[in-house]
Ligand binder design. Structure first.
Ligand code: DAT
Ligand code: MG
Length: 139
């Protein structure tokens, strides 16, 4: 089994797309191990997005990600699940993302691109521990 962290970003929650996103994950065959609607603060986002803190877009990213609650999802499936979820999400820039992907179907701007998905098994473990520290031992 392989787990990954998915975040339905504030735009997805505000637009009522959480059910659509969870539905796509479930119809693919993946399972939701844990979920929580949560307002993230700048400190949590700096830890989550540590590799981007020096990027020019980081301020806009934190402002966006903390403006309203996100839906955190711990998703589990067979080996390859991290990659499968990235494929379902589509390219980072929704204007480049293929139709049929979450970003390709619902997004138009790179900042408000609806979903986060861990980019590797190592990132998934780090992010799962960051957002669901109490669950780590049960996985
Ligand atoms: P991804 O979310 O596809 O893993 P990433 O890790 O490169 O993409 O970047 C994290 C988030 O930062 C991304 O979902 C949206 C934002 N972002 C990335 N590149 C950006 C850019 N050039 N301008 C504005 N926001 C950007
Ligand atoms: Mg990333």
């Amino acid at each position: 089994m392989e787990k990954t962290l998915v975040i339905c970003k504030p735009d997805a929650v505000e637009r009522g797309l959480v059910g659509e996103i969870i539905g796509r994950l479930e119809r693919k065959g993946l399972a939701i191990l844990a979920s929580e609607l949560r307002l993230l603060d700048a400190e949590q986002l700096e830890r989550h997005y540590f590799e981007h803190t020096e990027k020019p877009f980081f301020g806009d990213l934190v402002a966006f990600m903390s403006r309203s609650p996100v839906m955190l999802l711990l998703v589990v499936g067979p080996e390859g699940t991290v990659s499968v979820v990235r494929t379902l999400m589509g390219s980072t820039d929704p204007c480049q993302a293929s139709p049929g992907t979450i970003r390709g179907d619902f997004g138009l701007t790179v900042t408000e691109n609806l979903v986060h998905g861990s980019d590797s098994v190592e990132s998934a473990q780090r992010e799962a521990h960051l957002f669901f520290p109490d669950l780590e031992l049960e996985i």
